[in-house]
Design a protein around this ligand. Structure first.
Ligand SMILES: *[C@@H]1O[C@H](CO)[C@@H](O)[C@H](O)[C@H]1NC(C)=O
Ligand SMILES: *[C@@H]1O[C@H](CO)[C@@H](O)[C@H](O)[C@H]1NC(C)=O
Ligand SMILES: *[C@@H]1O[C@H](CO)[C@@H](O)[C@H](O)[C@H]1NC(C)=O
Ligand SMILES: *[C@@H]1O[C@H](CO)[C@@H](O)[C@H](O)[C@H]1NC(C)=O
Ligand SMILES: *[C@@H]1O[C@H](CO)[C@@H](O)[C@H](O)[C@H]1NC(C)=O
Ligand SMILES: *[C@@H]1O[C@H](CO)[C@@H](O)[C@H](O)[C@H]1NC(C)=O
Ligand SMILES: *[C@@H]1O[C@H](CO)[C@@H](O)[C@H](O)[C@H]1NC(C)=O
Ligand SMILES: *[C@@H]1O[C@H](CO)[C@@H](O)[C@H](O)[C@H]1NC(C)=O
Ligand SMILES: *[C@@H]1O[C@H](CO)[C@@H](O)[C@H](O)[C@H]1NC(C)=O
Length: 790
């Protein structure tokens, strides 16, 4: 093949595949319209034209029109059950070429005409009021028919022959209340169906001779058998006897049967000798006595018997006889459920039972006591009975050498520690759910168990000395009171764990490291306590694949603390800092260090304390200025400030201080410039200070040495300075070491100690603030005062 050819070949295969797929799913998008239970009396007109499935059941239609469905050309499935339709003409579907499924059951149909026919796959005309079988000639052409539901009060051979050549999967035949008068017992002989279900009239005694064994039927189901009188019983037995004539029959199901105990045993005996392999009898009502006749087990095809829902109205019953009939049956599978049976006896000989299901009865711990004949039994179901002591159940199984699965769920089982607990070694699947078992059950488990269901018990923890469960793969401990997830140390094969609805508040995250084989975990609906400890668990669980954690995140919610209640675990976050004490301490330490370093840096580089002091003084000045009464200011002052200083500092005063103050229009009294000759220096000072609003002293070591003595006297007797020193401004030009201040200068020492001076900053950048501060101290109120004085 050349390369071109081969690619064409591949393309062709691809196209064929696509066509095949499209053929399998003719319409990927079904359009479904549900108009059920809407009280319609006519078919609604607003149904989408694209509708392929229409459910209009449980309405009030009484008639169908040709126009009702003609526009729904895509319609495939039409459900019209539970209406009041009386007649049907299939011609109304002549435009519904796709229609293949029509359900008209539970109507009041009594007439049908079929012209032309529709090729139905599923046609249900059961539970209607037809007198004769509603089979038209045209039905013979419904080659695809697989289900046909019929109803009639009279059966005849001829209509059945019309469809005898079709291969129908299932025929449902509902016989009306009036059935039975003119019977043709052979009428169903030609029916060609795999399964036949006949529903007899529910309230009528069984007086029928109908041969129900259609020759092709494999499955036969009979509903509503009422034979309580001796006469009816004979009718029914003769019907059953005829089953022997159809060797193809495998399954027989009888529903809703009302009869006597004797007839019931007789029915079993009759079926025993047919070709039937699976016999199921459901909803049985029994009365009367039972005569102890021998039951002939030999020569049977039966494999499985199922008896479900039995109500017995017998006052006195030879129960042992009935129990022994069941337990000695030579079949593989027996199911007797929902019967209020209190006991089963041990089979006399080695029994072929492989499957026994006795669920929903009243069996006690004495069941199969010391029974060594159930050696082939693989599955035993004792669900929903009256079992109480687990140790007795363990003992019961000890000779069941093939037992693989035991279901003792929904009983009242408890287990007391210390009792020898040796299960049959073959047991693999054990269901002990919904009992009252406690932690101790873990000391009494089959060693090879792979599936263990213990949900809905009273387990608080898995004890340390539990049986080792190396084979356990699936464990269900939901609805108990466990407080933590089990580690997989002793459960080395565990791959499925269900532990929902327990009391787990702070699951340990160890689970994720120890349980590497997990395929499925469900741990939701637990009262999770959302705190730091839970973070590892949340991390662990959210890192697992969503196929593994099946109920994440919706079933995982915080229960505590109150502020997080109902918050999804997925949305619960706590910072590393809030949870790690060491980290918290380290962080706080580092922050403090950084802060300290910052403060030191600011102090060193920008002289923060100096600024703070300046700002503080500024504020105090403004505050004081506001509080000084006006009269005080109205004293006769000529100068804003009087400045005294040492001759050594005169350069600074003249070059810095004076220009900066006088530039703003402030008037300054200088003792060199403005002193009146002839007066003593002290007199001059006093004069000058009295005419000035503020007194400024420029302090430096020189000033202290040379000038202060002049002022000591002044300070000593001038009362203004005793009352408060707020008219006094000290400028510290150079720092004055304490020791240079002579010891008798008390006032200077006090003033220096109070630190109420302005410090002349060395850095040029700070000078602006210094001057502003100083000017504020001497000027603000004075401008006001000047107005008043001048
Ligand atoms: C249509 O809806 C009804 C309830 O209104 C429901 O019982 C019925 O099953 C639905 N039909 C189908 C085909 O789903
Ligand atoms: C149909 O009618 C019944 C009784 O008249 C009424 O209870 C019911 O709600 C109605 N249903 C609808 C869907 O209208
Ligand atoms: C069945 O179909 C065949 C051909 O397809 C036709 O000849 C015959 O008349 C049809 N029978 C009925 C009863 O419609
Ligand atoms: C029914 O099945 C038989 C045998 O399997 C076959 O010969 C016959 O053609 C089938 N009839 C129809 C209508 O399919
Ligand atoms: C008969 O019944 C059994 C059990 O219900 C079922 O497994 C089997 O498929 C049925 N046989 C047929 C042929 O339908
Ligand atoms: C069964 O038959 C008895 C006696 O005829 C009758 O009392 C009882 O109601 C019947 N039960 C059923 C479910 O038909
Ligand atoms: C046992 O029988 C009950 C009642 O018929 C049924 O629901 C249940 O599934 C059966 N159990 C098993 C394991 O077959
Ligand atoms: C155990 O029995 C209960 C019912 O009693 C059932 O719901 C559950 O699925 C069973 N467990 C297993 C593992 O089969
Ligand atoms: C328990 O019983 C089994 C046999 O029933 C026996 O082999 C085993 O030694 C017993 N164990 C104890 C501790 O009694």
């Amino acid at each position: 093949m050349t390369e071109g050819n081969s690619s064409i070949f591949h393309l062709a295969i691809f196209l064929v595949l696509i066509l095949k797929l499209r053929a399998q799913f003719p319409d990927g998008n079904e359009v479904f319209s549900n108009r059920s239970k809407a009280n319609y009396t006519d078919v609604p007109k607003d149904i989408s034209l694209k509708t392929t499935i229409l459910d209009a059941s449980q309405n009030c239609f009484s008639q169908l029109q040709a126009s009702d469905f003609s526009s729904l050309s895509k319609l495939r499935i039409l459900i019209l059950s539970h209406n009041k339709i009386q007649s049907l003409d299939t011609s109304i579907f002549k435009f519904n070429l796709e229609l293949e499924y029509l359900d008209l059951s539970h109507n009041q149909l009594w007439m049908i005409s079929c012209n032309p026919t529709v090729n139905f796959r599923h046609l249900d005309l059961s539970f209607n009021d037809f007198d004769v079988l509603p089979i038209c000639n045209e039905f013979g052409n419904m080659s695809e028919l697989s289900f046909l539901g019929l109803s009639a009060t009279r059966l005849q051979k001829s209509p059945v022959q019309l469809i005898a050549h079709l291969n129908i999967s299932k025929v449902l035949l509902v016989l009306g209340e009036l059935y039975g008068q003119h019977e043709d017992s052979e009428s169903l002989q030609d029916l060609n169906t795999k399964s036949l279900h006949i529903v007899f009239p529910p309230h009528k005694a069984f007086h029928f001779v109908l041969d129900v064994a259609a020759s092709s039927a494999v499955n036969l189901e009979l509903s509503n058998i009422k034979c309580v009188q001796n006469e009816d019983e004979q009718y029914f037995f003769s019907v059953l006897l005829k089953l022997q004539r159809n060797p193809r029959l495998l399954n027989l199901t009888i529903n809703n049967i009302n009869t006597t105990w004797n007839s019931f045993i007789r029915i079993l005996q009759l079926v025993w000798h047919t070709s039937i392999e699976y016999f199921s009898i459901t909803n049985v009502e029994l009365k009367g006595q039972v005569d102890q006749r021998e039951f002939h087990y030999s020569d049977t095809s039966l494999k499985a018997l199922s008896v479900h829902q039995v109500v017995s109205h017998a006052f006195y019953l030879q129960q042992d006889y009935i129990y022994s009939i069941f337990s000695n049956m030579n079949i593989q599978s027996l199911r007797v459920t929902g019967t209020r049976m209190v006991h089963v006896v041990c089979p006399l000989r080695v029994s072929p039972f492989v499957y026994l299901n006795f669920s929903n009865n009243l069996l006690t711990d004495a069941t199969f006591e010391n029974c060594g004949t159930l050696t082939k039994l693989e599955i035993l179901i004792l669900e929903l009975n009256q079992l109480k002591e687990l140790a007795k159940i363990v003992h019961m199984t000890k000779d069941m050498k093939s037992l693989r699965k035991l279901d003792i769920s929904r009983n009242s089982l408890g287990y007391e520690t210390g009792i020898n607990c040796s299960w049959t070694k073959s047991l693999l699947i054990l269901n002990m759910s919904s009992n009252i078992l406690t932690d101790s059950v873990f000391r009494c488990l089959p060693p090879k168990v792979t599936v263990l269901d213990l949900h809905n018990n009273r387990i608080k923890s898995i004890p340390k000395d539990a049986t080792s469960l190396d084979a356990l793969e699936e464990l269900n401990v939901a609805f108990n009171s466990l407080t933590d997830l089990p580690g997989c140390g002793r459960l080395s094969s565990l791959s499925v764990l269900i532990i929902t609805n327990n009391a787990i508040s702070q699951p340990s995250a160890k689970f994720f490291s120890s349980c590497q084989r997990m395929r499925s975990v469900k741990a939701g609906n637990n009262p999770f306590q959302c705190s730091c400890e839970l973070r590892d668990f949340i991390k662990g669980i959210s890192h697992m694949s969503s196929d593994v954690v099946e109920d994440w995140p919706e079933s995982y919610k915080c229960d505590y603390p109150e502020s997080y209640k109902e918050t999804a675990l997925q949305d619960f976050h706590m910072s590393e800092l809030a949870c790690n004490t060491t980290l918290l301490i380290v962080t706080i330490g580092i922050s403090m260090l950084v802060l300290a370093a910052l403060v030191t840096f600011v102090c060193v580089c920008f002289d923060l304390p100096w600024y703070l002091r300046m700002v503080c003084q500024w504020t105090q000045t403004r505050y004081r200025a506001r509080n000084i009464p006006l009269e005080e200011l109205q004293r006769n002052v000529q100068f804003h400030a009087f400045i005294s200083y040492s001759g050594h500092d005169s350069a600074w005063v003249k070059n810095e201080l004076l220009p900066n103050l006088e530039r703003e229009g402030l008037r300054i009294c200088l003792h060199e410039r403005d002193f009146v000759a002839g007066k003593s220096i002290v007199e001059n000072i006093i004069n000058c200070t009295e005419q000035s609003y503020k007194s400024i002293f420029v302090l430096s070591p020189n000033f202290v040495q040379s000038e202060w003595c002049h002022y000591e006297l002044y300070f000593a007797h001038h009362k203004l300075f005793h009352e408060g020193s707020h008219n006094l401004i000290l400028i510290l030009l150079e720092s004055i070491p304490q020791y240079t201040i002579p010891s008798n200068y008390h006032k200077l020492k006090t003033l220096m100690a109070r630190k109420t001076y302005l410090e002349w900053p060395k850095e040029k950048s700070k000078h602006g603030l210094f001057w502003a501060n100083l000017r504020a101290a001497i000027s603000i109120k004075l401008t006001e005062q000047k107005k008043e004085i001048v």
